[in-house]
Design a protein around this ligand. Structure first.
Ligand code: COI
Length: 374
């Protein structure tokens, strides 16, 4: 039986064998990030001759693909990450989905893929959240992570933009991405490996950036670190971003320092949200090139009081230590008298907005499922 999704033009074909309540509760209890998926996915297809068509919410299932599909050979793809939250009144809201839609469109342009319009993006994620609303937990820290994906499916080994493309959105109940989030993660500063070059795809959310970060990330793990930090490829001097999140520093005087969006850094939606909230508090926020030496000397002298990572998956995660072959510096430990760190306060403020506990002054939240009546 097919029913038209009330939110938009994505036709819903319900999963006839959804997870039972018990299976869902077990799966949602303490999910490893991105390992649990809901009952449905959104899907649309694009053909050069016809444009986008076949907009559907369908049961989650493997996607049969020709082994010659261009995405498998040349990584012609782009993706996104955003979250839906259940508020105390039972309603479900997305956080800044329009910003993710705009970034996906920009990533698609860079990857020579057809753009997904904001209307289609919002229709897909809203219809999927609505279909899988039982998967949105209300617990603190829990959310439904949505992963929109655009892939080149045409069977072709020619290195040229594909004429057949799929748009897919999956959903995963998630908690924290990084463990040790409360005490702070250790960061491995990668030497010799870089994430992005000028004119490359560093500011694009595309698979290749993440694939290239896996070997340095493995190195990080071997050195007891939870994440890797990349320096710029041109001068091997300036800090850029972590494997999948942006970097923010807090000076002892309370002002903020963060790498500028140089073209080789992903313009994070959480980065933008946190910088906006910091500016709202009246803090000075400097977006500029920051040499690793400046950061290390600042930590050693006490000028830099805090470092933290920001991202949709990571939210706001304090950094405890920077490590490399020739480097090992720790951020100052905090005592109770110090009060909450800027990272802790910003995480609390951001999540309070996301869960509807603080005023949404910037209009960032978007209702998908209303609160039940009565
Ligand atoms: C996100 O935060 O949405 C990402 O895509 C980063 C990845 C490390 C999970």
């Amino acid at each position: 039986m097919e029913t038209q999704a009330p939110t938009a033009q994505f036709t819903v074909i319900p999963n006839r064998r959804p997870a039972t309540d018990e299976e869902r509760w077990i799966a949602m209890e303490d999910p490893v990030f991105g390992k649990v998926f809901t009952d449905h996915m959104a899907r649309a297809t694009w053909r050069e001759e016809d444009g986008w068509a076949d907009r559907r919410i369908v049961p989650l299932a493997p996607i049969p693909m020709h082994p010659g599909a261009a995405v498998l050979h040349y990584a012609q793809q782009a993706f996104e990450g955003l979250k839906a939250y259940r508020w105390e009144d039972g309603s479900i809201r997305l956080f800044r989905p329009e910003a993710n839609a705009a970034r996906l469109a920009s990533s698609c342009r860079r990857m020579a893929l057809p753009e997904v319009s904001e209307e289609d993006f919002l229709a897909a994620v809203e219809a999927l959240v609505e279909a899988d609303q039982n998967w949105v937990a209300g617990a603190e820290g829990a959310s439904l992570y949505l992963r929109p994906l655009v892939i080149a499916t045409e069977a072709s080994l020619l290195v040229q933009p594909a004429a057949e493309v799929d748009f897919i959105v999956t959903a995963s109940p998630v908690g924290d991405y990084l463990s040790n989030g409360d005490v702070g993660v250790s960061i491995w500063v990668s030497r010799g490996y870089h994430r992005a070059n000028a004119g490359g795809t560093g500011d694009t959310k595309t698979a290749g950036n993440y694939a290239a970060s896996m070997l340095p990330q493995k190195e990080a793990k071997e050195h007891g670190c939870g994440q890797v930090l990349f320096l710029d490829a041109r001068e091997d001097t300036y800090v850029e971003e972590l494997g999948g999140m942006n970097l923010v520093a807090v000076r002892a005087d309370g002002s903020i320092l963060t790498p500028r969006l140089s073209g080789t850094i992903l313009p994070g939606v959480t980065r933008d949200s946190i910088l906006t909230l910091l500016r709202d508090e009246g803090r000075t926020v400097e977006e500029r090139d920051i040499a690793l030496t400046e950061l290390v000397e600042g930590i050693e002298s006490g000028d830099i009081a805090e470092l933290f990572a920001v991202g949709t998956a990571a939210v706001v995660t304090p950094i405890a230590r920077l490590v490399s072959d020739d480097l090992d510096v720790s951020l100052p430990e905090r005592s109770e008298e110090d009060g909450p760190s800027v990272a802790t306060a910003m995480r609390a403020l951001l999540t309070d907005i996301q869960y509807g506990r603080a005023e949404d002054r910037h209009g960032w939240t978007r209702e998908v499922v209303p609160a039940p009546e009565g």
